[in-house]
Design a protein around this ligand. Structure first.
Ligand code: OXD
Ligand code: MN
Length: 599
């Protein structure tokens, strides 16, 4: 229970609307985690894994219709459609609340309503925010225990009058008297799913999905969509960025934050083990960064999360050993393959499937017998960040860590070089605004080879008009003192030769690029001025011990492809046209200047 009047009234109102069997206030204890997990196990929706090889781990299989964030059912319900902008789904907030109130009515019948007080960021940090999630899902309770800081201490900080972000969630599957989930993941059909944000009220309402970002409302909904709105109001940054610390052999340390669209290996980069001798990389966060100016004029970042909700397929001892060592205990696995001895397996785990498995749909599965994967491509692990062997000693510092550089990147087989540095802050904002990945899957609505723009990797996560978001970044540049603002870089690990071979090995070898970024931040690192920005000379990228990247390869990786960039400019113009009059003039100026430099 709580002394906070706003919270007590809200919980009472939601309980009256959704009519659960009872209301339970979460205290965040280990005992509570075990008890709630046991409910899921008893319902048959969770399976305890092998306690010798995966102690404290559990396995969930979701409904096949509930396997990922549903962007076409995600809404920014600002007062006007113009506030939400052309890249967000919008419904009038009054109308949306009416639709959802009807859905919420009686939706928790036969279930427990859990009230989860949580802090995004270290409890009590000046950068942290408090949220309270109401949910009827034990899966959400246990995942929130890992992903956020849950519990009674949060209520204490909230006190009688403290403010919080209300996060309302239901799986949307009431139970009839005597009915149980009986092994089936509860959720509502797609056309009843709503992931809704009310930016003016700083409120989240989610209905019908139990999966990931649709249901763990601290993550994408609060820490990005609502926090981006608050950050703009208050003059700070809420970004879809990893944060890493990099230490030179001389013991000098800098922090770097980076934004990449989905499927660019962001978690791998955050946990990278450098191949350059003597260098160390440590992880502060793999997905979200909240940044505020410190008294010294530098930007300080916290990771608002307490865990990793990472994509399992493709994670192996080769691609990400730190992740593998993080997830060998106290981890929740969702939609991965299950082996006969209750271990987990997925495509790209680095070894063959050990015998017959049960796939993510619950069916028997054998390697080579079907072209369907054993694990869903968006299968996930939920693991405590503190278990990561490469976690940064300052990852919970309430003051955050000072950021020296921003990286932007996407999957671009051509045109974009391995790395280039912006000439200025506004040129860096321009680079962030043109982030995108080439579409490979023919199944998408775009032709293969098309670049899907995802500016700042925030397109699905910005709670307001993207043009105003660019403007906010320009304004942040004016607030910071030039010498203290992070330097901005664009990287591309995904270049291919004309015949389709990778030009750059990626993974731990990316530390060679990080080393140059580090040096540039300290005023060193050889660079040449080119029409697109500063670029390393071929000799400036340390290749000691790196086999397979010749001088010619590196020259190609660091070339300015003038013809490619001219085509790119035409595409950027199309992309920019979407934002209409809200696109800052500073960005069209940067585009015009680039065009001139390339002419
Ligand atoms: C994520 C995403 O799941 O960005 O982190 O899609
Ligand atoms: Mn993400």
């Amino acid at each position: 229970m709580t002394r906070n009047k706003k919270l007590a009234a809200w919980v009472e109102e939601m309980a009256a609307l959704t009519t659960p069997d009872r209301v339970y206030w979460c205290d965040g204890s280990k005992e509570e985690y075990d008890r709630v997990m046991k409910i899921a196990v008893d319902e048959g929706v969770s399976i305890p894994l092998n306690d010798k090889t995966l102690p404290g781990c559990y396995h969930f299989r979701s409904d096949p219709t509930d396997v990922a964030r549903v962007e076409n059912r995600t809404y920014i319900a600002s007062r006007t459609q113009d506030e939400a902008g052309p890249t967000n789904n919008w419904i009038d907030p009054v109308e949306l609340k009416k639709i959802m109130t009807d859905l919420y009515r009686g939706c928790m019948k036969g279930r427990v309503m859990y009230v989860i007080p949580f802090s995004m960021g270290p409890i009590g940090s000046p950068i942290s925010k408090i949220g309270v999630e109401i949910t009827d899902s034990p899966y959400v309770v246990t995942n929130m225990h890992i992903m956020t800081r849950v519990g009674t201490r949060v209520l204490e900080i909230l006190g009688k009058d403290g403010d919080f972000i209300p996060c309302m969630h239901s799986v949307g599957k009431p139970l009839a008297p005597g009915e149980t989930d009986n092994g089936l993941w509860p959720c509502a059909p797609l056309d009843k799913k709503y992931i809704s944000h009310f930016p003016e009220e700083h409120t989240i309402w989610s209905f019908g999905s139990g999966y990931g970002g649709n249901a763990l409302l601290g993550k994408k909904c609060l820490a990005l969509r609502i926090a981006s709105v608050i950050a703009r109001e208050e003059g700070w940054l809420a970004e879809h960025m990893l944060i890493l610390g990099i230490t030179s052999p001389q013991g000098e340390k800098r922090y770097i934050a980076g934004a990449f669209p989905s499927a660019c290996g962001k978690t791998n980069l955050a946990m990278l083990i450098p191949t350059v001798p003597g260098w160390k990389v440590e992880c502060v966060g793999d997905d979200i960064a909240w940044m505020k100016f410190g008294k010294d004029g530098r930007l300080y970042a916290i990771n608002p999360e307490a865990g990793f909700f990472g994509v399992a397929p493709g994670t192996s001892m080769q691609s990400n050993p730190n992740a593998m060592k993080t997830i060998d205990r106290n981890t929740i696995y969702t939609n991965v393959g299950l082996t006969a001895d209750r271990n987990v397996w997925w495509e790209g785990i680095g070894y063959g499937a050990p015998g017959k498995l049960v796939d993510w749909t619950g069916k028997e599965w054998e390697e080579g017998k079907t072209d369907k994967p054993a694990a869903h491509p968006n299968a996930r692990f939920t693991a405590p960040a503190r278990q990561c062997p490469g976690i940064d000693p300052s990852w919970e510092d309430p003051n955050g860590v000072p950021i020296s550089a921003f990286l932007f990147g996407g999957r671009r087989p051509s045109t974009i070089p391995l790395v280039h540095q912006s000439f200025s802050w506004n040129h860096g904002v321009f680079l962030g605004s043109i982030v995108g990945s080439e579409v490979t899957a023919a199944a998408l609505d775009l032709a293969a080879g098309t670049v899907r723009r995802d500016p700042f990797a925030m397109l699905p996560f910005c709670g307001y008009h993207m043009g105003d978001y660019f403007r906010h970044w320009i304004e942040i540049g004016k607030k910071g003192s030039a010498g203290e603002l992070p330097k901005i870089f664009y990287v591309n690990w995904f270049r291919k030769t004309a015949d389709g071979k990778w030009l750059w090995p990626g993974y731990g070898e990316n530390s060679r690029v990080l080393k140059w970024v580090f040096e540039r931040c300290g005023g060193a690192g050889d660079a040449v001025e080119t029409p697109i920005g500063y670029m390393p000379t071929v000799g400036a990228i340390d290749r000691e011990g790196l086999a397979g990247v010749s001088d010619d390869d590196l020259k190609e990786l660091l070339a300015v492809d003038r013809e490619g960039w001219k085509k790119e400019i035409a595409l950027i113009k199309e992309h920019y046209a979407k934002f209409g009059s809200r696109l800052p003039k500073e960005l069209t100026d940067e585009l015009a200047a680039l065009e001139k430099r390339l002419a």
